[in-house]
Design a protein around this ligand. Structure first.
Ligand code: FMN
Length: 167
């Protein structure tokens, strides 16, 4: 398997903590992890990518990701497997739940990415999410604020699926 690039942004730290757990489920020699506050230089060198953003504002990208939008839009994602992860708060933001996932999705899809790793909406209590396609979240949907205890099982189930698709 080619190296997996794990790129995340985190303002308050929940996403950072999640990433620390996530990488314990990846083989040591097989991934590189980057906090996007340090940029996304080299992202084009990975054929397997996990892109992770919490939602801020009204379902928008986390601030570091946001400042990288135009750079991200210039990357050619053709033939790359891209799995997206979103963290949000369904109780506080029930109508823009996990919106940042859709922002990443739209950018990378337009640039040819093969997007993998949808996840079920069952178990999430919210009114509306921009990040639902064909009745599923387009990536791994997590609410570390209200459903922290669900995260390990959601993550493990999802990882099993995306590992099958990474090449
Ligand atoms: C100002 C603000 C706006 C937010 N907007 C949304 C939102 O629109 N949708 C959502 O699902 N979560 C929203 N959240 C919740 C965050 O995504 C959630 O707390 C996340 O775990 C933060 O991740 P971080 O600690 O890595 O920064 C918002 C949080 C704040 C403080």
């Amino acid at each position: 398997m080619n190296k997996i690039g794990v790129f995340y942004g985190s303002t308050v730290g929940k996403t950072k903590s999640f990433v620390e757990v996530l990488i314990t489920h990846l083989e040591k020699e097989n991934y590189e992890v980057r906090d996007v506050k340090n940029g996304i230089k080299g992202i084009e060198n990975f054929n397997n990518l996990i892109l992770i953003s919490p939602s801020y504002g009204m379902g928008e990208l986390q601030e570091d990701w946001k400042s990288l939008t135009s750079e991200l839009e210039k990357i050619d994602f053709t033939d790359k497997n891209v799995a997206i992860v979103g963290l949000g708060n369904a109780l506080r933001h029930p109508t823009t739940y996990l919106g940042a996932m859709k922002v990443i999705y739209d950018i990378v899809l337009k640039k040819g990415a093969h997007i993998i790793g949808s996840s079920p909406i069952e178990g999430h209590i919210f009114e509306h999410s921009p990040s639902i396609i064909n009745n599923k979240f387009l990536g791994l949907a997590l609410d570390e604020v209200n459903q922290h205890e669900e995260t390990p099982i959601r993550m493990e189930r999802w990882l099993k699926e995306i590992k099958k698709e990474f090449k």
